[in-house]
Write a protein that binds this ligand. Sequence first.
Ligand SMILES: C[S@@+](CC[C@H](N)C(=O)[O-])C[C@H]1O[C@@H](n2cnc3c(N)ncnc32)[C@H](O)[C@@H]1O
Ligand code: SF4
Length: 449
Amino acid sequence: MIPLRLSELVRRSAPRYTSYPTAPQFGPAVGPQDYDGWLRGLKGESASASLYLHVPFCRSICHYCACTTKATRRDEPIIAYADRLRREIALVADRTGPLRVSHIHWGGGTPNLLPPDVFDQLVAELCDRFDVRPDAEHAIELDPRWVTRESARRLKASGVTRASLGVQDFDEGVQRAIGRPQPYSVVQSAISALRSAGVDGLNLDLIYGLPGQTMRSVRLTARLAAFLGPDRISLFGYAHVPWLRANQRLIDDAALPDSAARFDLAETARETLLEAGYVAVGIDHFAKPKDALRRAAQKGTLRRNFQGYTTDRSDVLIGFGPSAVGRLREGYVQNAADAAGWAGAIDAGRFATVKGRALTPEDRLRAEIIEKLMCGFEVDLGATAAAHGFKPAIFADDLEKLGKLAEQEFVRIDGWRVTIAKDAPALARIVASAFDAYLGAAARHSLVV
Ligand SMILES: C[S@@+](CC[C@H](N)C(=O)[O-])C[C@H]1O[C@@H](n2cnc3c(N)ncnc32)[C@H](O)[C@@H]1O
Ligand code: SF4
């Protein structure tokens, strides 16, 4: 049963704060020329950068999916895409020179649809053009249905150290309702192939709030996921945005749980993962007690970026492919989300940047406060403001917005220190939003639970 005092809160929506300012604040004031200049500013830098490569292809589109991707049965479009990706890598490297790279992340879509030779060539291009550190984390998102012993072996040989597999739910009825048929044995075999190949940094993605889920089915899914023993499990709330994603119109709105049921499903999954020995990290991750993400959370070095929580501490993130976002010292940039727009720019030898956001000193301060709340559930506004040359008094109005939450003991306010009650991670987004100077200016956000 949902506790009464949380009942009002779980109906609220707020950004997920994978950046600040958030993506709806990006605009055309930042374009390819700004990106060009910002990249040139990195030349000769000793600081390390992180690379994100987007692969927007899947064999079929799952009903619930909100990712930027499209279906293809053939390999030709994927091979042609990889060729352009190589050209985008060269465009960036021509500006930055051999940047130190501490982290590579392949996301999608389904990056494991890249044929192994093509993937190898792309990795070779990255290693030729950048100074990829020998201890760099090299992560990839995988659809378990397309992992074989041979493909796992090839990933390991290419230097992949970490893999994240989409599970969502193990219940057959739920899988039918979301258009993602995927028996438990498929996930089990994929994990076994990856472990045998030596890729043992593993994450499984689960989703709550899907049609047909019950407390019992969610508990079983969480137990089965934990039984497979990955070092990390992500638990996302289903974001239903059929006005943005036509494929989601295949999901029957009437079969979706309401906000109270979503809360119960989330709590059930969470408790099951905790009982199984996982530790909560941030708002939606679970990790084994000795995992690096968990250790980073304990040390206060956990970070949050467009891929979610990470141990990667570099301040520079370079994104490749349609819709990819980058973060440079000066601000954020985003590539055209449509494949044709992105391809046209790359073919013309230009960057595909269509929008972005230059950061003001106050944006940087607020970004750090929001990241601290999202990662560690507390922040010292006084110390953080001082480090940025601001007086904490600029947050007086924001603190007032938290008054009601403080009265209900969801938040503790002690001088300029704000601490979120640890047992309600959904609160982090609501509390963080009190420090968002742009909230309400645009966009609909997803429910906090
Ligand atoms: C790129 S996919 C993972 C790799 C691969 N394509 C797969 O599905 O196995 C990224 C993850 O985003 C999550 N996701 C996709 N659509 C979502 C939605 N509407 N709401 C919440 N999470 C979603 C899923 O958990 C999915 O595993
Ligand atoms: S969830 Fe994964 S496999 Fe399904 S459509 Fe989205 S990106 Fe593709």
